[in-house]
Design a protein around this ligand. Structure first.
Ligand code: GLC
Length: 503
């Protein structure tokens, strides 16, 4: 038997350690699914201040108590600690990089939770983290077959591997996954000096006169993936903004840039077993149980329960690409109808926070808001809402629309990226479809989509069909994990990459 492929999966957030969005869930779900396929995959992330050592069973590794990490002309200490990621069947080794000044002393992952502003030294923080990944491998004399790194925070791993230690890592292949191109890790040219890389690599890092981590991540990777075929296609054709990196991606497509659709982890997001819920259910019991979850949800948000009013859930990072502006424009007219309620969980820029607070003051009986992120509440929103709104301008994949379908909550989504790939617009004539899909990125189209959902809601037979269709979907990781495992194998064999996935 050939030995299993070994992989180091590097991610800035991993559930349950640290989460600000879908990437954390994907890191957990994909790693567990790959372990189940027999891939020897280990995980590495920074230990932010919000990550509890006790709750996550993080402990010291003697040999890795202090390793020295160059940052520009200085050296900073890192202590690499150990933990595990597990589900009922498998487990994976986790390494966390600890450093008080860069990570432990900060409450937020990338920005100050008080002001919402990114930390001013994010370049240094994540250069330090990326370098710690590479130095740890060298320290352990463990050179994985594949290093799989994710998003701008980890993008510089590729540069360090190839530019600094090409001989030691000569057998290591590099896979870079783009979960979002709204953040590229763009910093002033002076950041280059902090990388510690020789001047001749400037070209790979600089883009439009700035240091661009994602550009470097793409340049040094053997393969680049993103999280849905439609988003890959939209990047290649310029339908969504890639920050000017589309040309780089086009040069790679289709050999080494492809879209692979994310999955859902059934041990975390499953209404039958969800540990966050008091009232669990399946497709048979949803009609009896959803009202119980709905009552609890409305209580949590201090709204009055009225069985006749449908509740629309929203969980959103307050950023224009997620459609916050469309939402704010459409919401007053929708709420003025007084025949629906909206519960909103999210966080982001202060201008959006205050606009939402204003909405709550205007419609106290129909709109309620929770600013921040709360995992338990996210589960209750999925279980207790009747509909779930995602008006994204761009959505690389999106996880919540898939959770919604599995939880019997009808997604109302704009046709973009992974939303387009996972939700099928309902056709009352055939009874086929899993949600409400709208095309135009306008408040008008959003309102019309919600109105269409409200009309269907008034027709129990159609509504029940729509809900049942969603609950019957299979979004398991099996498919994507096989695809990634195959990519790893192909990379290791060094053969030409399979043409795949971009439809
Ligand atoms: C980012 C994207 C989201 C995707 C997630 C996981 O958060 O915005 O669309 O589902 O990453 O890949």
């Amino acid at each position: 038997m050939p030995r299993p492929i070994n992989v180091l999966f590097v991610s800035p957030e991993v559930y349950p350690f640290a989460k600000t969005g879908g990437l954390a869930d994907v890191s957990y779900g994909l790693v567990m699914a790959l372990r189940e396929l027999g891939v020897d995959i280990r995980v590495m992330l920074p230990k932010y201040g919000c990550v509890s050592e006790r709750k996550n069973h993080i402990h010291e590794i003697r040999r890795l108590r202090i390793i020295e990490i160059p940052v520009g002309h200085r050296v900073e200490p890192a202590s690499i600690k150990s933990s595990t990621l597990q589900n009922p069947r498998v487990r994976a080794q986790v390494y966390v990089t600890t450093n008080y000044a860069y990570f432990d002393s900060r409450k937020g992952l990338y920005s100050d939770p008080q002001t919402g502003k990114p930390y001013a030294d994010n370049d240094e923080r994540f250069l330090f983290f990326c370098r710690s990944v590479v130095e740890m491998c060298r320290f352990l004399r463990w050179f994985p077959d594949v290093i799989h790194y994710n998003d701008w925070q980890t993008a510089m791993v590729g540069a360090y591997v190839r530019a600094l230690y090409p001989t030691e890592f000569r057998r290591t292949r590099l896979l870079f996954t783009l979960h979002s191109l709204t953040e590229l890790g763009v910093f002033p040219p002076e950041t280059f000096a902090k990388t510690g890389l020789p001047e001749r690599y400037a070209e790979q890092l600089l883009h439009r006169g700035m240091v661009n981590f994602v550009k470097a991540g793409i340049e040094f990777a053997d393969v680049v993936t993103t999280v849905s075929p439609s988003y890959a296609h939209e990047l290649l054709t310029g339908v969504v903004d890639s920050g000017g990196l589309d040309e780089l991606l086009r040069r790679r497509h289709p050999e080494s840039f492809i879209g692979i659709l994310n999955g859902v982890d059934p041990t975390v997001w499953n209404p039958r077993t969800d540990p966050y819920l008091d009232h669990r259910y399946d497709a048979e019991t949803v009609w009896l149980t959803k009202p119980l979850n709905k009552q609890q949800l409305l209580q949590r948000f201090e709204l009055r329960y009225d069985p006749k009013l449908p509740v629309i859930g929203v969980i959103m990072r307050l950023h224009p690409v997620k459609g916050i502006e469309l939402f704010l424009e459409a919401a007053p007219t929708l709420l003025a109808r007084r025949d629906l309620q909206i519960v909103f969980l999210g966080d982001g820029a202060s201008e959006y926070r205050s606009a939402l607070q204003k909405l709550q003051r205007q419609f106290p009986r129909y709109f309620a808001l929770h600013l921040g992120f709360d995992e338990a509440l996210a589960h209750l929103i999925e279980a207790g809402s009747d509909m779930f709104l995602m008006p994204s301008l761009q959505e690389p994949c999106g996880q919540n629309q898939m959770y919604s379908m599995l939880y019997g909550t009808v997604p109302i989504v704009r046709a973009t990226g992974g939303l387009r790939d996972t939700v099928v617009d309902f056709d009352p004539a055939t009874g086929e479809g899993t949600g409400i899909v709208f095309e135009e990125p306008t408040a008008e189209a959003l309102r019309a989509a919600v109105e269409r959902a409200l009309q269907l809601y008034q027709q129990p037979e159609l509504w029940q069909r729509l809900v049942a269709n969603g609950m019957a979907q299979d979004f398991s990781w099996r498919h994507a994990a096989r695809h990634y495992a195959e990519l790893y194998r192909t990379l290791v064999r060094g053969k030409e990459l399979a043409r795949a996935a971009v439809s």
